[in-house]
Design a protein. Structure first.
Length: 273
């Protein structure tokens, strides 16, 4: 069971601004907890149930760079019985967005399935990835955005009024020969409704507006002569960079990620851009 890159779309960067900052002005360091649940399956899917939890934590500063820790644990109910998937991610991105170090470990039923470890660098007109695991190897492709820069771009384009754009990204979740292409659609700002089930978890952010966003990820494969997205994710984007009320859609199933707890950390006041 493959876990996807969407975990990185929850990054928070530029921690000089906290809750109440306008779109595009900065992001907040935080710890977010999400409950995962099955939304629907296709006729071909063997999945009959899905539950899980996702814990995501971001910290850092423009002086020290940015660190994230993410862990997703999901229990799949399958025809042959239950299976538990555990993915653990730790990464560090330098503040200038030119160097990205990553470790992604995946376990299935408590048995190690894979480990991807290495360092990626932007060097002129190319991205160079030096893998240490699952084997020592070097991969080179066109310039990309790393995770923190990816979300920074999203916030900047939303603030500028852009409603559709495309990017090339690398996030270190897979041993790959090429970057991933993402197409993003950004909606108009909306207020949080009184009946929103995530309003309590939002705390002070509940008084602020959000933007609906949909991102489709493409891995270059074609089906019936046309390129189709590997998966897509819809979510509500809040000022400060928080995402919530997510729907992640794969070919065989889709799932939801609902915010149940949020802790906002104080930014490093000694570090200023």
């Amino acid at each position: 069971m493959r876990l996807s890159r969407h975990i990185f779309f929850l990054l928070a960067i530029f921690p000089g601004m906290g809750a109440g900052a306008a779109f595009g002005q900065g992001l907040m360091p935080h710890r977010a907890v999400y409950d995962l649940a099955l939304l629907q399956t296709s006729d071909e899917s063997e999945i009959s149930g899905l539950t899980g939890r996702w814990v995501f934590e971001f910290a850092g500063s423009a002086c020290e760079g940015y660190t994230l820790k993410s862990r997703i644990v999901m229990r799949f109910e399958m025809g042959e019985g239950p299976s538990v998937v555990d993915q653990q991610v730790t990464s560090f991105e330098e503040a200038d967005g030119k160097t990205f170090r990553f470790i992604t470990k995946s376990f299935v039923d408590q048995q190690a399935e894979s480990e991807v470890r290495g360092t990626a660098r932007l060097e002129g007109d190319r991205t160079v990835v030096d893998y240490e695991q699952p084997e020592q190897a070097e991969r080179t492709f066109a310039p990309t955005l790393f995770p923190t820069a990816q979300l920074s771009e999203l916030l900047d384009k939303a603030a500028a009024g852009e409603r559709f754009y495309q990017s090339s990204i690398f996030d270190g979740t897979e041993f790959t020969d090429e970057a991933v292409q993402v197409s993003v659609v950004v909606g108009e700002p909306k207020p949080v409704s009184d009946g929103d089930p995530e309003k309590k978890a939002l705390g002070a952010l509940a008084k602020d507006e959000f933007r609906p966003v949909t991102a489709a990820y493409f891995d270059g494969e074609q089906k019936d002569g046309e390129e189709t997205s590997d998966y897509n994710v819809s979510f509500k984007l809040h000022e400060g960079g928080l995402q919530r009320d997510m729907v992640i859609r794969y070919a065989e199933y889709s799932m939801t990620a609902k915010l149940v707890d949020l802790s906002v950390f104080e930014p490093d006041q000694s570090c200023r851009d």
